[in-house]
Ligand binder design. Structure first.
Ligand SMILES: Nc1ncnc2c1ncn2[C@@H]1O[C@H](COP(=O)(O)OP(=O)(O)O)[C@@H](O)[C@H]1O
Ligand SMILES: [Mg+2]
Length: 486
């Protein structure tokens, strides 16, 4: 369909939309744009009809002669596509992974790295993000990893469905996904090409005003390709044989992320979020690629081999991970629940306290702890087992809507507050309760209900999820009050 507001003789610039193609039911507006850099007057108007990508849609008279505008155009992949302005991102990239959304959120337009040893779950997280994140469009680059992972993607993705704005028919997520496949048995130099192709595709969709998420699994394989190419060019090697320009190459790649005002009319904003998996050999984060990546990215989801060995998945280590977007996103999250910041702080504090307490327990045993410290340990266990762990292969936990994440945080914090109160304040019988009493008496049923929160299915309507979890938080408060007054 051509745009309606065009006239012959009108000035057009790179980025101006001259028409749209209905790509599929999920991606309804594939915009046809004047190529970046072209400027001139419209000589012929685009007309509706069937075109292939090489046929001329309309003609622009430029200072260098006539330019045919087609459905497709060429762009050198190493050069970032232009934008008008870079903007501060304020919306979160919701991943559907509790540990990431609650503790280490990224923005639409953010840069994230997932470093982790082999088998820690980098590919699982990247795929979960491609399946369930709140972006309009996903570009998944399999770069130098095993071929059967790409085959899995091809098998799994078409079977998964989503809805437009939560309504209408179920549509395959494949309709919004672009795959750039490059497996470990392909020529090494092609890894370089696949990364740049991926980011240029992302920029192309961003220029249409879309929120694009790009996954690159794994950027370490690309860095190895750089090492090999630079070796052949007889360049001076730096740390571990990687080229001295490794850091700047990585930075140039990640800098192409971000939220922008796109060129051309109509006015529109788009964003690219980059999630790059990094596979340091042996899981050693001091390797040059990981170290260079960590200096660039704003969000760091560090995967931990020990957690993965214990089958704690996603194995995001809460002691080393961090997000620099906490501040810009806090307004969004507090808008979802006014107490969100408090819940988050409580959960982080409990996990930190647990670290110190575990050392004491290992030295002198659990009996030496005070009752409030036992409460902290108990709740830390609940957080780790029920909240942070999320089995990507289960129906109930393959993704977690934000409302469920926040509800679970609320319940856990309510339980923690009540436990602390019960073991420090006197009950009507004149003595505080003990954790052992709580866990073996009235608390047992509550704890069981807390461990069952995760079984709420992600497709249950939001209001119902909130109501169920609110009611549980209420029952916890009531249960403790009754026990204190006995
Ligand atoms: N979120 C998860 N839930 C359940 N199992 C997981 C999860 N993440 C990883 N795993 C398990 O770990 C294995 C290795 O994960 P993978 O993503 O292939 O690791 P990597 O890409 O880091 O080498 C998977 O096959 C799966 O069994
Ligand atoms: Mg992998």
């Amino acid at each position: 369909m051509p745009s309606t507001n065009l006239e012959i003789g009108q000035q057009v610039f790179g980025g101006d939309v001259v028409g749209v193609v209905n790509e599929n039911a999920l991606f309804t507006d594939h915009k046809i744009m004047i190529e970046p850099g072209v400027q001139g007057t419209l000589k012929t108007l685009p007309v509706a009809g069937n075109f292939n990508v090489t046929e001329t849609l309309c003609v622009v008279e430029t200072s260098k002669g006539e330019r045919n505008i087609r459905l497709a155009h060429f762009w050198p992949v190493r050069r970032p596509r232009p934008c008008l302005e870079k903007l501060q991102a304020t919306q979160p990239l919701l991943t559907g992974q509790r540990v990431l959304d609650a503790l280490y959120p990224s923005t639409l337009g953010g840069t994230c790295a997932i470093p982790g040893a082999f088998g820690c779950g980098k590919t699982c997280i990247s795929q979960a993000l491609s399946k369930y994140s709140n972006s309009d469009c996903v570009v998944y680059v399999g770069c130098g990893e095993r071929g059967n992972e790409m085959a899995e993607v091809l098998e799994e993705f078409p079977a998964l469905t989503t809805q437009v704005n939560g309504e209408g028919p179920e549509l395959s997520i494949m309709l919004r996904t672009c795959l750039v496949a490059n497996t470990s048995n392909m020529p090494v130099a092609a890894r370089e090409a696949s990364i740049y192709t991926g980011i240029t595709l992302s920029e192309y969709f961003r220029d249409m005003g879309k929120d694009v998420a790009m996954m690159a699994d794994s950027t370490s394989r690309w860095a190895e390709a750089l090492r090999e190419i630079s070796g052949r060019l007889a360049e001076m090697p730096a740390d571990q044989g990687f080229p001295a320009h490794l850091g700047s190459k990585l930075a140039q790649f990640y800098e192409r992320a971000g939220k922008v005002t796109c060129c051309g009319s109509p006015d529109r904003n788009g964003s690219i979020s980059i999630v790059g998996a990094v596979s340091p050999p042996g899981g050693d984060f001091s390797d040059p690629v990981t170290a260079a990546t960590l200096e660039i990215v704003q969000v760091f989801w560090g995967l931990d081999k020990k957690l993965a060995q214990r089958k704690h998945f996603p194995s995001v280590n809460w002691n080393i991970s961090h997000s620099a977007y906490d501040k810009v996103l806090i307004d969004y999250f507090n808008g979802q629940d006014a107490d969100f910041a408090t819940y988050k702080k409580t959960i982080k504090t409990i996990l930190q306290l647990e670290n110190d307490l575990i050392e004491i327990v290992q030295l002198v045993g659990k009996d030496s702890l005070g009752e409030d410290q036992k409460a902290t340990l108990k709740v830390a266990d609940i957080i780790k087992e029920e909240f942070l762990q999320q089995n990507a292969f289960s129906l109930y936990d393959c993704t977690c809507p934000l409302i469920k994440t926040i509800g679970m945080m609320k319940v856990i914090c309510a339980f923690y507050d009540q436990c602390k109160k019960a073991v420090t304040e006197n009950t009507s019988s004149g003595k505080p309760l003990t954790m052992a009493y709580i866990e073996s008496n009235f608390g047992a049923k509550l704890i069981k209900e807390i461990t069952e929160m995760k079984f709420i299915m992600p497709n249950v309507p939001e209001a119902e999820i909130a109501a169920q979890l609110d009611s549980l938080a209420g029952r916890i408060v009531d249960g403790f009050r009754a026990a204190m007054n006995e």
